[in-house]
Design a protein around this ligand. Sequence first.
Ligand SMILES: [Zn+2]
Length: 317
Amino acid sequence: MERSSSITDRSRSRTTLAERRLSDNVFPLPGPFRAQRIVEMQGALHAAQALFPDATREELRATAAGSDPRLYDRDRDFLVLSYHSIVVRTPGLTILVDCCIGNDKPRSRNANFNQRRGTFLQDLAAAGVTPEDVDIVMCTHLHVDHVGWNTRQENGEWVPTFPNARYLFAKSEVEHWQQVLETTPAEEVNHGSWADSVAPVFDAGQAEVVAMDHEVADGIDLIGAPGHTPGNVIVRLDDGGERAYLTGDVIHHPVQVERPEWSSCFCWDPAMSAETRVKTLATVAEEDAWLLPAHFPTPTAGRVRSTASGFRMAWWK
Ligand SMILES: [Zn+2]
C-alpha cells in the first residue's frame, strides 16, 4: 500500500527492515507448516580440511560453496557453519527440531561450546514460542550440538527446558550411546552431554523412545538415515503436495552437495554416511523438495538440483 507522509514512510522502512531480518530465518514452506530457524551461533567456525579429511584445500575451494563468501572463509579455509534449531509449527503443534549446544554446560574440549551464556530462549520467545509452548522435541541424533537445550540449569540441577514436551529419541540411537557408556566414562562421551542433556529428560519421564521410521503426526515423519550416527533420523514434512526434509547432520555443509562422498570427521561410519547423503540428495532433488540441514549457514534452505556430475544447491534467496 502506498503512503504519502514522511513519518509513515520512516516507520514503514523500520518495519520492513525488521521483517527482512525475521524473514532471513523464516522459511516459506507450503501448506500448514511454518518453519523458523533459531540461531545459537553462526560464523567461520571450523577448519575445512579438519571437518572433511578426505578433501584437499584446492578441492574444497573449487566447489560452488567454496567460492561463496557467505559459506566459506577463503582467508583461513574455514567453513561458515550455523548451529540452529528449527521450530516447526502446525495449527495444532509446536515442534523443536535439534537443540544446539545450550547454556552453562561444561564443555572443556570446545571453547565455543563451553559454559555458554547465549540468548537462545530469548530468541525463541522473539519467535513467539515460550518453553511451555513446545509440544515435541526431536533430536535428529544425540551429539553434543543437538541436545544442549534439552535441559537448562535450575538450582544446580539439570531439568528439561520444555516442561510440557514429549522428547522423541530414536531407539537405535539411544541403544548405541547406552552401549558406548558401558565402556567409556560419561564425561568422555559426546563431551559429557548424555549426563546433563539426555539422562535428565529420561529421569523426568518426558522421553519417548521411538522407531527410526516413525509417524510423529499427520504429515510429519521420522525417516531412518544412519551413518553419521547409528540412529540418525531425518524429519520429513509433507503437506500432501510438497515436502521438506530437515536432515540434521546427514549433510553438514554446502560443499557436500557437490561432493557428497566427503564424510565429516564426526561420522560414525563414513561410507554409510556418504551412501545416506547421496540417497537423501537424490530424493530431495527428485521430489523438488526443501532441504533444511542443521548446520547450513544463511541462507540455510533451498532445493537440490541434479546436474550431469551430481548435485547443486538452488538457494531459496
Ligand atoms: Zn551437528
